[in-house]
Design a protein around this ligand. Structure first.
Ligand SMILES: [Zn+2]
Length: 265
């Protein structure tokens, strides 16, 4: 784990990259940002989490770090120990964690629960979608208070790294870390649609997968939305696909989502 800091004092703001070693966008964004050494009003901590997995270009070395929290300093696995160290690093921080996906090119944000922190930060981020995960505890960083996760775009793409830069600047503006006169991402702050993450859509075996539905676009009851080995899956009831892709996850296509409203800009 590599830690860098901008500004003096004990940071209450953190940006985390490389929870997954095969998602380099966050690291590229942090390196680009640090290279410009922007002046900050509040100290900010930058964490490159899983350097070992990053060096190898793999998601993780021994287990998924984003299922390993709270971890333990004496855990048997690299990620189990790393989870404990990372949780300690961001314990008192409002934290932005940078990820990328195989399912969606546009950046979007995820929180465990839409709370005051999410409401105050999301309008500053270049996102039009916020996903409330409310998952049963399964060891993710997002379950900690004051943690927002962002999906910056498609894994390994230059666009994801560019988006990550904009997301970090937006986050630093939202948390008051950047001086007011600092120009930030000049996007149109429209409304943010909020979706709640529901049940996963299992693959149930097979080895050839297709997805016909678009993420965050409503699938009607009776509509075919995916296929396993040419056999089509049809929706029993309407839903909004979230993080759905043919090959992004081994055992599931993604998730069923429900649209629950909008956050006003
Ligand atoms: Zn990730």
């Amino acid at each position: 784990m590599r830690i860098e800091q901008l500004g003096e004092g004990t940071p209450e703001i953190a940006v985390v990259a490389a929870i997954h070693g095969d998602e380099p966008c966050g690291v590229r964004a942090i390196e680009r940002l640090l290279a410009t050494s922007p002046a900050v009003e509040r100290p900010v901590k930058f964490v490159i989490a899983n350097e070992e997995a990053l060096d190898r270009g793999v998601r993780y070395v021994e287990e998924d770090l984003n299922r390993a929290f709270p971890g333990d300093p004496d855990a048997d696995t690299h990620e189990g120990r790393l989870a404990a160290a990372l949780a300690q690093e961001v314990r008192d921080c409002t934290t932005l964690s940078l990820h990328s996906t195989q399912s969606y090119a546009e950046p979007f944000a995820l929180v465990d629960t839409v709370d005051a922190v999410a409401r105050s930060i999301c309008p500053y981020l270049p996102v039009s979608v916020l996903v409330e995960t409310e998952v049963e505890s399964d060891g993710r960083l997002i379950e900690y208070p004051h943690v927002l996760e962002v999906e910056c775009g498609l894994q390994g793409s230059d666009e994801a790294a560019d988006n990550a830069v904009d997301l970090v600047y937006g986050f630093l503006e939202a948390t008051g870390a950047l001086p007011d006169d600092e120009p930030v991402a000049g996007y149109d702050r429209g409304e943010v649609e909020v979706f709640r993450l529901g049940r996963p859509v299992p693959k149930d075996g097979g080895d050839r997968f297709e997805v016909f539905a678009e993420n965050f676009e409503r699938v009607a009851a009776g509509e075919r939305f995916a296929a396993v080995d040419g056999r089509e899956l049809v929706a029993d009831e309407p839903f909004y696909p979230v993080l759905m892709s043919a090959y992004g996850y081994e055992n599931v296509f993604g998730y069923r989502g429900e649209r629950i409203g909008v956050l006003d800009a």
